[in-house]
Structures are given as C-alpha cells and as structure tokens.
Ligand binder design. Structure first.
Ligand SMILES: Nc1ncnc2c1ncn2[C@@H]1O[C@H](COP(=O)(O)OP(=O)(O)OP(=O)(O)O)[C@@H](O)[C@H]1O
Length: 285
C-alpha cells in the first residue's frame, strides 16, 4: 500500500475548523485515482498532507506501510518518492530558465551529469518544451508555466504522483499530451492521485474515484460506479462529466440529434443532473 491515511485531522493555524477531518483512505499501488469535490472541501490540503508538507493534528499517515517520519532526512527521502504538482505553478518553479528548472530536482538527487542531461532532454521533448528550454521562467505564459511545473515533477519519476488541478491553464493539445504521459507512467507502475474540477478529464483517466466534502471522503469506488451516483453527486453540488450526461440523454431511444444538442447546451449552461431532472422530460423540448 503506497499511501494510507488513518483518521487524519488537520487544522490550519488560526482556522476555526479543520480542513481535513478524521479522514481515512488507502491508495493501492498502480491505481489511477481521482479526487473531486467542491471548492474548499480539502483536496489541496489532503495532497499536502500526503507529501508530508503538513503534519496532522490527529491521526497518522503511512508511506509503504511505515508511519510518516517528519524528520528533515526522512522528508527528503519521501520527496524523492512522492512528487506533488501544486495547483499554482508559481509555487513550484524555482530556477531561472525552463531547462534549469527541470534539472533542479535531479541535481539535488546527486545523479550523474549524463543521466541528468538525458532525462531533462527526454522530458523537454515529452512536454513539448524544447523550444522554450532557454526561456526565462518569468517570460512564460501561465499554461507554459503549468507544463514546466508538471515536467519538474515527472522528470523525477516518483513512485506516487500527486497532482493538484493539472489541466488548469492547459489547452486541449497540452491536455492530451498530459494524458499520454500519465498513461506512460501508469504503464511503468506509477501510482497517481489527481485532484481536479475537470470532470471530463477525470472520467477519461481515473479508475478509482474519491469524492470529498467538508474535509472528509464521502464517496469512493470504481470511477464509473461513482459517476453513476447522480443524485448523491448532485446533492454534493457536483455535476457530471459530459459523457455521462450524454449517456443519460441517449437512454431515451427516440431522442433526436437536435434534442441531444439542446439538452447538452442546457447542461453546460445551467449545471448538472438536478437541472436535467427539473426539466422533467426530454420530449417536452
Ligand atoms: N492557509 C490557510 N489558512 C487557513 N485556512 C486555509 C488555508 N488554506 C486553505 N484553508 C481552508 O481550508 C479548507 C480546505 O482548503 P483546500 O485548499 O484544501 O480546498 P480545495 O478542495 O483544494 O479547494 P479548491 O477546489 O478551491 O482548490 C478551506 O476551507 C480553506 O478556506
């Protein structure tokens, strides 16, 4: 079991209530795990706890079966095995140019120069960053910064990859590149946990889905089964991936393309399943 939370509670200094409460979860090796939930429900806090950046007030975290040790030395070792891509790329980028930034973590690991050069070159290619290799970080667009932040962590080949809103600021082509890189590392045995509001991305990628609310995991299971729980997701203020909405509409065999289009537009403009139900019937459109 790479990572496990056992009744973990964490409260930010000066905060009135915990951001994460009595939270228990286990992520088996090799899993593609999605984490969804409305704003402020505790997703980023959970990821920071998993990376050892925050220490729980109560409860315990286990990494590969051993309780997390918060000594400097152990945290250094943990960070070589667990990589976190922050929601805001500005929190990740440390060096002057793209190439320096991607090599930074590898240099800290004390790897031979030739291996560092090889890995950096491959990562620049993988993330379509070759042309930007010598560009100063502060000359990059937000989407380019996000790609560098993701590359910074992927180049380290962590055993557990934690990502906070990885598709934020990425255009569709770069989202596809990210997808294929995630497929590649999954095939190589990496476990990944991705927190996101991008339901279409998570629907396509995740094999396991956890839903958070008020600092707790409130739904968990195979992604397809969790997305089938329309009413509960709606009650939690969450929508559905477009593909699930489409499947619901298409369950009615008599539905025309025009009706599907009109229903999908309504879904996109007004939100998820609740508005769908309130409309009552497809045929009335
Ligand atoms: N530095 C902080 N100090 C005090 N409270 C904080 C701090 N950071 C976050 N919080 C609070 O902790 C709770 C959980 O925040 P967190 O960022 O983990 O949520 P999230 O699910 O990642 O949200 P989002 O989807 O908006 O990114 C929120 O109520 C938030 O207001």
């Amino acid at each position: 079991m790479p990572i496990e939370f056992d009744r973990v509670t964490y409260t930010y200094p000066c905060a009135q209530k915990p951001a994460v409460q009595e939270l228990s979860l286990r992520i088996p090796p090799g899993r593609r795990c999605g984490l969804i939930g409305r704003n402020g429900c505790g997703k980023s806090t959970l990821l920071r706890l998993a990376d050892g950046l925050f220490r729980p007030d109560r409860g315990k975290l286990y990494w590969q079966g051993k309780p997390l040790d918060y000594s400097r030395k152990s945290l250094r070792t943990l960070r070589q095995q667990v990589g976190l891509v922050f929601q805001d790329p500005e929190h990740q980028l440390v060096a002057t140019t793209v190439e320096e930034d991607i090599s930074y973590g590898l240099c800290n690991l004390g790897l031979p120069e030739s291996e560092i050069a090889d890995r950096v070159q491959r990562t620049l290619e993988d993330f379509d960053l070759l042309e930007l290799a010598n560009t100063p970080i502060n000359h990059l667009s937000l989407g380019q910064k996000k790609r560098v932040a993701i590359a910074d962590v992927m180049v380290l080949q962590p055993q557990l990859l934690l990502m906070d809103e990885p598709t934020a600021y990425l255009d569709p082509a770069q989202t596809r590149t990210l997808f294929s890189q995630l497929e590649r590392i999954h095939a190589a045995g990496t476990t990944a946990l991705i927190a996101t509001h991008d339901l279409d991305f998570i629907y396509a990628w995740a094999d396991w889905l956890m839903v958070m609310d008020c600092g707790r995991i409130v739904l968990e299971g195979p992604a397809e089964q969790v997305f089938d729980r329309h009413e509960e997701l709606s009650a939690l203020g969450l929508g559905l991936p477009l593909a699930v909405d489409l499947l619901i509409i298409l369950e009615d065999n008599n539905v025309s393309v025009k009706t599907v289009r009109s229903q999908i537009l309504k879904r996109l403009r007004c939100g998820g399943y609740r508005s769908f139900n309130e409309e009552n019937s497809l045929r009335s459109v």
